[in-house]
Design a protein around this ligand. Structure first.
Ligand SMILES: Cc1ncc(COP(=O)(O)O)c(C=O)c1O
Length: 371
């Protein structure tokens, strides 16, 4: 399998640990272990866990954890949930299980590159469903209709979207599923940022609750602030989950018992965690909105969900060059839109600690003033 270089991961890996102001982070202010155990009222967790034998644990995932994950949906049975190594393994598992050479896979872009590069690597013909700023970074149903054909195996969405922070609303999501149903295609939706909404009234159901061939991917990294556990999940109908299990046996066996036990502790407190994190992203969103309105060289389509935004810059250089200058001169780290094939844009994460975000934005302002 040939696969393209994963541009955003290469960029993050190269610079993120050597800068003072990391504004590229997509997670919402991750907990320390001590903070987390205190937050869920389990300071005695390790005292109990240390006596457990470290076996493989449960192949599909800790039952309490799968139950808690199933509860995040309207109509999902815990036996249709598989715990994975982050959303990234869940995405991979779905493409590995379902995509064959010659299939058509339609994928939104810009998005997390894995969502089209991996199906391409498995031999699919990729058709891009363009998300454009003039359409508020949302899919165009007319273009989708033109793309769908009888070889369409899968439509891939990312809802909320990384890097744009756009959210496909329920009527549009249903219309996409209807088009998929016409040709019996799957709708794979990477919902790693689900649960973070700028306006609490804009909640959207998961694809798995509205379409039988819907596949939903979730993550503990972003809205739950447990990034270091490296856990996520995938859920779909029973037949599809059997396909996932067949492949997953070759890549995973099971996830870490300890990580899963910690994640299970979070499940009864998810509402409280989401409350903490929505407060962070909403306050930071406001700070960012005020800041952009005062920066003549920057613009944005306001994100409506998630913890990332795509900022347009009106500077006569590629975003990658601008980002390198910001690293070198201001120790401030952003992701250039080049990683998403949009060199006039910068991706920023706004789930960070407020002070870090504010200090980092000041550094960018300083740089832009003297450009
Ligand atoms: C859209 C999207 N999907 C998946 C992932 C991977 O997430 P995880 O940490 O759960 O593997 C990311 C990480 O940035 C992402 O932005």
């Amino acid at each position: 399998m040939k696969v393209d270089e994963f541009l955003v991961e290469r960029w993050m890996n190269q610079y993120e640990h050597d800068v003072k102001y990391n504004l590229a982070e997509t997670c919402v202010d991750p907990f320390t272990l001590a903070e987390f155990l205190d937050f869920v009222g389990r300071p005695d967790f390790f005292e109990e866990f240390q006596h457990k034998q470290l076996t493989y644990g449960y192949i599909e995932g800790n039952p309490l954890l799968r139950e808690g994950i199933a509860d995040l949906y309207a109509d999902v049975n815990p036996k249709n949930v598989l715990v994975t190594g982050g959303a990234i393994e869940a995405n991979f598992n779905s493409f590995y299980s379902l995509v064959e050479p010659g299939d058509t896979v339609i994928c939104v872009a810009p998005t997390y590159q894995q969502l089209f590069s991996v199906p391409k690597g498995f031999g699919a013909n990729i058709k891009i469903l363009d998300l454009k700023p003039e359409n508020r970074w949302l899919p165009d149903l007319e273009q989708l209709k033109e793309h769908v054909d009888n070889k369409t195996k899968m439509i891939v969405l990312n809802n909320p979207n990384n890097p744009c922070g756009s959210l496909i609303d329920e009527p549009t999501l249903r219309a996409i599923c209807d088009l998929a149903e016409d040709v019996s295609a799957y709708v794979h939706s990477d919902e790693a940022y689900r649960g973070l909404y700028i306006d609490s009234k804009s909640k959207v159901p998961s694809v798995v609750d509205i379409y039988d061939k819907g596949i939903a991917v979730g993550s503990f990294s972003k809205p739950f602030s447990l990034t270091g556990l490296r856990l996520g999940w995938i859920t779909a109908n029973e037949e599809t989950v059997c396909q996932f299990m067949l492949r997953r046996d070759y890549t995973t066996i099971s996830k870490s018992m300890l990580d899963e036990a910690l994640a299970a502790e979070a499940m009864p407190h998810i509402e409280k965690i989401l409350e903490r994190n929505n407060k962070i992203v909403r306050e930071n969103w406001k700070m960012l909105d005020d800041w952009i309105s005062k920066e003549p060289l920057l613009d944005w389509i306001r994100p409506t969900a998630g913890s990332v935004a795509f900022i347009e810059h009106h500077i006569d250089m590629k975003a990658s060059e601008l980002c390198l200058k910001l690293i070198k001169e201001k120790s401030t780290f952003l992701v250039p839109g080049n990683c998403f094939n949009h060199s006039q844009y910068l991706r920023i994460g706004y789930g960070n600690n407020k002070k870090l975000l504010s200090d980092g934005l000041e550094q960018v302002s300083d740089y832009l003033e003297n450009i």
